[in-house]
Design a protein around this ligand. Structure first.
Ligand code: ZN
Length: 135
């Protein structure tokens, strides 16, 4: 398992981590298997989608509209004022798993892997775990 640290710069940001994952798959030498990318923070997420600046802004705008920061009287805000970030994280995912085929990530042409910061800026981490196929 490889742990990757990153410093996020904004409250909400979408960071393309595909190169880090590709590099770890290449380094492993695994030809067929699975790679899992996982974040253990409760106010972050890992997603797969297209890396297009306008789409990233649309995604953030929709997250903020669907799960507003301050419309509801969030009980968790009495503790650390980030209930909306936790709830946004639940509606996304803490991990993705991608097939490895012929020694490479089997991503579609338009697919990239993103670390999603929902309560930054902070220092964050994610894990890359690779499993070799025995079949
Ligand atoms: Zn909290």
């Amino acid at each position: 398992m490889k742990i990757v640290n990153l410093d996020t710069k904004d409250r909400i940001s979408i960071i393309n981590i595909t190169k880090e994952v590709e590099e770890e798959v290449r380094r492993s030498g695994v030809q067929e298997g699975l790679v899992n990318v996982y974040t253990w923070h409760t106010t972050t997420a890992i997603v797969i989608n297209e890396d297009e600046e306008g789409l990233s802004k649309d995604f953030i705008a929709i997250l903020q509209r669907l799960i507003p920061d301050d419309i509801f009287n969030y009980r968790h805000n009495m503790i650390d004022n980030n209930a909306s970030a936790h709830i946004r994280s639940v509606f996304l995912s803490s991990e993705v798993t991608i097939p490895i085929k012929d020694g490479r990530l089997w991503l579609g042409h338009w697919q990239s892997i993103f670390f999603v910061e929902l309560d930054g800026p902070r220092t964050r981490s994610f894990a890359i775990t690779i499993i070799r196929s025995t079949a």
